[in-house]
Design a protein around this ligand. Structure first.
Ligand code: FES
Length: 156
């Protein structure tokens, strides 16, 4: 494990007593620090809580909030729900894939964007929809997709 990761993880773990109920808060804190949960981090957490590694892994894979691989700085979620589907959601997804050069579940090489799909973002009246970070974009069309990603490639 990289010294830097170990140091940061130890700092997080120092806030806990090592009880089984600490598992989820520890994983949440670790993910906040590292952006995802590397294997070595899950092993260390298992050791700290004296739990089998399989238990920690089982929890991480059960909850959608936990990520096993690095995600981009911005997470793009395109809705695949029924309301969005009937209003051209599939076309919006294809357009986003084209702009980012990745498929759902993938992250761009520069770690700028991760693309995901969701069942419904709860804004069906605005279908078709997508979310970039926490911002909802509604009544999407190909022109709007291009606008959302117009700064792609520019450094911030
Ligand atoms: S189905 Fe897309 S927001 Fe509900």
């Amino acid at each position: 494990m990289e010294a830097n990761i170990k140091e940061q993880l130890d700092e997080s773990l120092s806030h806990y007593n090592g009880e089984g109920g600490d598992l989820i808060p520890i994983l949440q804190e670790a993910q906040e620090r590292f952006g995802y949960l590397p294997g070595e981090v899950m092993q260390e957490v298992a050791k700290f809580l004296q739990l089998p590694e399989s238990t920690v892994y089982g929890v991480v894979t059960f909850y959608a909030q936990f990520k096993l691989s690095p995600t981009g700085k911005r997470v793009v979620k395109v809705c695949r729900g029924t309301a969005c589907h009937v209003r051209g959601g599939a076309r919006i997804l294809r357009e986003v894939e084209k702009h980012l050069g990745i498929k759902p579940g993938e992250t761009t090489d520069d770690f700028e964007y991760t693309l995901e799909t969701v069942a419904c973002i709860g804004a069906c009246a605005l279908a078709p929809t997508m979310v970039v970070d926490k911002e909802t974009h509604g009544q999407m069309n190909t022109k709007k997709v291009a606008e959302v990603f117009s700064d792609k490639g520019k450094t911030e």
